[in-house]
Design a protein around this ligand. Structure first.
Ligand code: ADP
Ligand code: MG
Length: 757
């Protein structure tokens, strides 16, 4: 009994020293931890490719070969040692190992783990090598192959052998792949009889899943590839199902608990605005507005995330939603992360509101006292329909008569606690005392308290949900973001929010033609730039500022500026430059010269990423493009293609461009779809590493399923979890007891939402 929780130390073949190693390197403390460490790959021992048949750019191959010779190289490929000389390890940069089988020879290359590999790959010894072959000149090699000792008999059996995550320390500590297999075998023998099924009988039946003990046995030691497939499917489904069940359960609890303001009407202002629009809404905009209307008439509080690329028309959706709320007698607010963006919104929104009778005001940190007082008054007497602003909206003295809808733009720049403060500005329940002001109504500590959804989001030092003011109904919340998040990730990170997507651009946008060039085509690029400038267009030239040394980046930028000025001399051309080291006055001066069309070319760092709108700019040149991440490239490209002219994005790469970087550049040339790019970005980098979304370090870690690769299964698991909750929202039925037990373990709770706020 109790084997699952037994310390790994007591497993035969482990002991205190190896136990410490397993804990440190893999976080394994108990037998249960061990058997939940799954192989990440399986070697089909029957599948060995003869060297003569290996071609470069094949997928990974396995070969069995004997070491012929080894050479250690220093910098500049100078030979450091060939077996006989004493070795100065410090000078060694690369290990080359020539191996052969009956059909031929090839090279294995190591830049890391040189010493360890040198010591074990002795001439005459035979190994299994696994990796991706590549051509190096006329020779074929594999860089950093996985190396295994062939196991006797295994080859002839054609069995699938698991390969476990490992580290060099583990290997040198004696926990090789073979030892790991033995440990797993021993642990499974002890634990399997104790493993409890985590899924109810009916779920297994519905989904055609194998039992947990069967899955565990076969994930480690698959009988055949069919059993492995069944085991993998079961374990992945289980993981995604519990994740979604946990998220959806929060959502169910909330939506039943939270009273939502009812907004059944549409109202004359909506119609006035709608009918005066100079264009038809896109299909995506119409769909999203329908989804929002559905929320506003549901009787539950809306918590919706609206995703849409820059320029997809989110503002329009926000305004129309506000007008619905206003049509039902409520007030609304739209919050932007910066003063500039708030002003821009305000200006746009006023245009949309012209045909209506709705009053709109702007409130930011720099709004003068007098205006502020007028705004406060108009808010409190209910005559102000839309308040646009920055986080100044959150201040305690901003008191709404009856706030019905809050729109938050650029969601990822606001903290969770700030969103929570909007909740607390909702109207009072009928019959409750009229609001005096916000601060006096809720004591300072309670004012910090948040409703359940935010409570679930890691607490942030807030108190219990039940001390949230019961007399207030939270406004509907619409969060808008232009940072495309892959669907599967959104489903997980915002699993308890509803997600709408505008996946269609307004018509008439000309695609931005994107190309990637090497340094050798710089002259041709300059010629092209001159042609565009001759046609009255303007050009952005962007340099990266992502280097370890800002000084070096600045040098790059200044060098680039000089090159450009040389190639585009006065008086025919005017070049402006903007970078982070300039004073605000300098920046503004240069920037406005470009915006006003006085400069033909703007050389800059990525400061132009946000905000600037120069419709006349038709060319975006990105220097050292290989150094940018995908989302940054996408944002930069979004700066052009805003006017009527055909636009171009030229990615200039350096000679040293890694394969991964080249993939990014290729993807940029292949698509303009922000979601596609985000999706691919996730596949290339892994979901824990998405830039721009501040999601580095996902708040949940999955053991076997992958958000990048198992999107389909994730959707199925989510739908199924929804079905289970529809039938039994409290999970109170006896047959669902295993689900409750599993959820209580807390494994599937998102712990740190601060990462995604
Ligand atoms: P976002 O906030 O999503 O970046 P905006 O709402 O600012 O995008 O819209 C970008 C531009 O597209 C604006 O000039 C807007 O007037 C215009 N626009 C919005 N919807 C449509 C549409 N359905 N058809 C044509 N133009 C549209
Ligand atoms: Mg916008």
């Amino acid at each position: 009994m109790g084997e699952l929780t037994t310390s790994i130390q007591y497993l035969s073949g482990v002991g205190p020293k190896r136990a410490e190693l397993l804990r440190r390197e893999l976080g394994i403390e108990t037998l249960s931890d061990l058997i939940h460490l799954y192989p990440f790959r399986y070697i089909d021992r029957s599948g060995v490719t003869p060297i003569a048949q290996i071609a470069p750019d094949l997928a990974s191959v396995q070969l069995q070969a004997t070491v012929v010779s080894r050479t250690l190289y220093g910098p500049n490929s100078a030979v450091v040692s060939q077996e006989t000389d004493p070795i100065h390890w410090g000078a060694v940069k690369r290990l080359s190992v020539i191996v052969q089988d009956a059909s031929g020879q090839m090279e294995m290359v190591f830049f890391k783990g040189i010493r360890w590999n040198f010591q074990r790959l002795v001439p005459g010894a035979t190994f299994l090598f696994f990796g991706k072959p590549q051509a190096f000149g006329t020779r074929l090699n594999i860089v950093h192959p996985e190396v295994d000792v062939p196991q006797e008999g295994a080859l002839s059996q054609g069995a699938l052998t698991g390969v476990y995550p490992s580290t060099e320390k583990l290997k040198t500590g004696g926990i090789t792949g073979k030892v790991m297999c033995r440990l797993q075998q021993a642990a499974l023998a002890l634990c399997l009889p104790e493993v409890e099924e985590t899924l109810p009988e009916y779920v297994l039946r519905d989904r055609g899943l194998v039992s947990l003990p069967y899955a565990l046995k076969n994930i480690h030691f698959p009988k055949d590839s069919y059993s492995l497939q069944k085991a993998t499917y079961r374990l992945k489904f289980e993981e995604l199902f519990f994740l979604q069940l946990s998220l959806l359960k929060q959502k169910y609890v909330r939506s039943r608990g939270e009273r939502g303001l009812l907004m059944p009407k549409v109202g004359p202002d909506f119609h006035a605005c709608y009918n005066a629009l100079p264009y038809a809404l896109t299909g995506a905009q119409q769909r999203v507005i329908k989804e929002i209307r559905g929320d506003l008439t549901s009787g539950h509080q809306m918590n919706r995330l609206l995703q849409g690329d820059v320029g997809s028309g989110k503002t329009m959706v926000a305004v129309l939603s506000c007008l619905i709320a206003i049509g039902n007698g409520f007030q609304t607010c739209i919050m932007a992360p910066t003063e500039v963006l708030a002003q821009q919104h305000y200006a746009n929104i006023q245009k949309y509101l012209k045909p209506t009778s709705v009053r709109c005001a702007l409130l930011t940190g720099s709004t003068p006292q007098k205006e502020r007082r007028a705004i406060h008054a108009a808010l409190e007497d209910g005559s102000l329909g839309i308040l646009v602003g920055t986080h100044a909206l959150l201040e305690d003295n901003v008191v709404f008569h009856n706030l019905g809808l809050a729109v938050i733009d650029e969601q990822h720049r606001f903290g969770v606690d700030q969103r929570a403060r909007l909740w607390a500005k909702g109207p009072l329940v009928e019959g409750a005392p009229a609001p005096q002001n916000f601060a006096s109504l809720i004591p300072p500590t309670a004012a910090q308290r948040v409703p359940p959804i935010y409570e679930a989001m890691g607490g942030h030092g807030f108190g219990e949900q039940d001390s949230f003011d019961q007399n207030r109904i939270p406004p509907h919340i619409l969060v808008m973001t232009a940072t495309p998040i892959p669907r599967t990730l959104a489903m997980t990170l915002y699993g308890d929010l509803d997600v709408s997507v505008i996946d269609e651009m307004p018509p008439g946008r000309k695609p931005v033609q994107t190309m990637c060039i090497g340094q050798n085509r710089r002259a041709a690029m300059y010629k092209f730039m001159r042609e565009e400038i001759a046609r009255g267009r303007q050009v952005f030239v962007v340099y990266p500022l992502i280097f370890e040394s800002e000084k070096m980046d600045l040098q790059n930028l200044e060098q680039g500026y000089e090159d450009i000025v040389k190639a585009f001399p006065l008086p025919d051309y005017k070049v402006a430059i903007v970078h982070g080291q300039q004073t605000n006055d300098e920046k503004n001066f240069n920037m406005s010269a470009f915006v006003a069309g006085r400069a033909n070319i703007l050389v800059s760092t990525t400061v132009i990423e946000v905000g600037v709108d120069v419709p006349n700019a038709s060319v975006m040149v990105i220097e050292s493009a290989q150094r940018f991440g995908l989302s940054q490239l996408h944002q930069l490209r979004g700066r052009v293609g805003r006017g009527a002219e055909k636009s171009y994005c030229i990615l200039v790469k350096d000679v040293k461009t890694s394969k991964e970087a080249q993939q990014r550049l290729d993807l940029m040339c292949a698509t303009e779809d922000g979601f596609e790019i985000a999706e691919q970005d996730m596949k290339m980098r892994g979901p824990g590493d998405l830039e721009g979304t501040q999601q580095s370090g996902l708040p949940i870690s999955l053991n076997i399923a992958s958000l990048a690769k198992d999107g389909q299964l994730l959707s199925e698991a989510r739908a199924y979890a929804g079905k289970v909750l529809d039938a039994d929202p409290e999970l109170a039925a006896p047959q669902n007891a295993p689900l409750v037990r599993e959820l209580r373990k807390g494994k599937y709770e998102i712990k740190d939402y601060s990462k995604i706020s």
